[in-house]
Design a binder for this molecule. Structure first.
Ligand code: ZN
Length: 136
């Protein structure tokens, strides 16, 4: 298991971590014996998510706008009485906390337009993402 540390700068944002995940898989395949397997990318936080989608500026804004529309502010969420960030948790619920990517010939089998994003829902914060590579 390897760790990616992320320092987020906004309250909500998408951060492309594809390059970092690819680098980890490459390192694990140094000896060339990682032909087939899976890579799990997992966020350790309850107010962030991991998704796979296209890294296009307009789409990234659309995704954040969509989340804002889906989960509006001030709906009387009970958790807001505790630490006033129920919205952030609910966005994380919708996004999910991990993705699994098959590995073939020692590399991620991402499609042409697929990128791996860490999604900040309650920033700015220091975050940790775990990357586990399992050989088949
Ligand atoms: Zn909370």
């Amino acid at each position: 298991m390897e760790r990616i540390e992320i320092e987020t700068g906004q309250s909500t944002e998408l951060i492309d971590i594809t390059g970092k995940v690819k680098e980890i898989v490459k390192t694990k395949n140094k000896s060339g014996n990682l032909d087939s397997g899976i890579c799990v990318v997992f966020t350790r936080h309850t107010t962030s998510g991991i998704i796979i989608n296209e890294n296009e500026t307009g789409l990234k804004s659309d995704i954040l706008a969509f989340l804002n529309e889906l989960i509006p502010k001030g709906k009387g969420y009970l958790h807001d009485k505790i630490d006033n960030n129920a919205r952030s948790h609910l966005r994380a619920v919708v996004l999910g906390s991990s993705v699994t990517i098959p590995i073939e010939k020692g590399g991620l089998t991402l499609g042409t337009w697929q990128s791996i994003f860490f999604v900040e829902c309650d920033g700015p914060r220091r975050r940790e993402v775990y990357v586990t590579v399992i050989k088949e």
